[in-house]
Design a protein around this ligand. Sequence first.
Ligand code: HEM
Length: 374
Amino acid sequence: MKPQTFATIVALIPYVLGFPHLANFPEHRSLAGLSPEEVRAVASQFDSMPGAQPLPPPISDTSSILVNDADHPFIPDQPSDLRGPCPGLNTLAAHGYLPRQGVVTPGQIITAVQEGFNMGYHFASFLCYSAFITDGNHLTNLMSIGANTTTKGQPTTGIDTHGHFEGDASLTRDDAYLGNNFMFNQTLFNAFNESAAQVGNGMITFEAAALDRAIRINDSIARNPEFSFETPRFLGAIAETGFFFAMFVNNQTVDNEKPLSLNDAESFFGNHEFPQGFYRRQGPYEFPMVKNVTYTFVDMIGVKPGNNNGVNNYVVNPEDPMTFCYFYQKQVNLTASLYPNPTGALKQAIKANLQTYYETLGDPTCEQYFPYGQ
Ligand code: HEM
């Protein structure tokens, strides 16, 4: 049979099975919310279904090297490129460290964030799977670094799915309740100018980063009646303040001592472009350091996890332990609620990905959860 004829027949399967709305299902769209019959109808359209895959090996050279190099030129986003709320991943795609279109495997993300930014292997794997298990496609092993959008005429999911990994009080993107939760917002970015001027001598120092983080949280408390700031978002939002300080600074030292310039910050957050002559940090930004920096910011800012009950009415949740074990537990619970009754290859892939996710924590004191049995 000619390949074209075969493709035409495959495209007809969802119609034959009674699910015309699932024709042209994008390979990177999450399968959450689909019945086993619907999963079968969409799976028949996928070119390849590798299912869960093992983690890639870590990179071997973690020294500081020039990453804005001739092999990785910046190319402005094309109309078909998917971009989302993460300036780190957007930059890696715009420079070709990730597939430029923005449809990626977890393995590609884990390798690219090490190569481009020297994010530590274990932490990178944890972060990547935190998003993949809720927003990725467990059968095709693909995800989109972009927003929820339309691909091939079909709605599709991205890492901006609100309340999964993406959440409120972002530094440069609006709360979903207030506006666009994945596009750069200059007004929000201006809080960096304000904090750098107030406490950083015009630079984004550690103190300026903490002040900026606090300004953005207080802004959400003041304007978003549905502001939600519990773990995992609580830890994620504060950890991300450490990210730009540790990884957007040219040739950053192991001790994270150098401040970030406002121009370089805007290059990443706004344009998704490495500054000219950018060297990645020296030494990986790995779990122990990430925890240290994150909890230092937590102490400096003095905020606790909680939710708004109407604007300017922030209610702290004393039950939230603010730990990475709890972060993991919440993401597993969310995955189980998104996939209440998976069957066959899908169930197998989710179980394997949850196992990988637990291993990325690298902390045997964290309790492991098995929503689909051991
Ligand atoms: C390892 C895989 C990664 C995943 C899955 C990921 C995912 C995300 C997501 C979903 C957000 C949106 C959170 C929100 O604001 O609601 C985000 C924000 C952010 N990410 Fe990433 N990210 C990754 C790696 C990185 C890297 C390597 C960097 C820096 C080098 C980075 C820097 C940031 C920063 C600074 C923000 C905050 C943006 C803002 O608040 O405006 N991320 N990331």
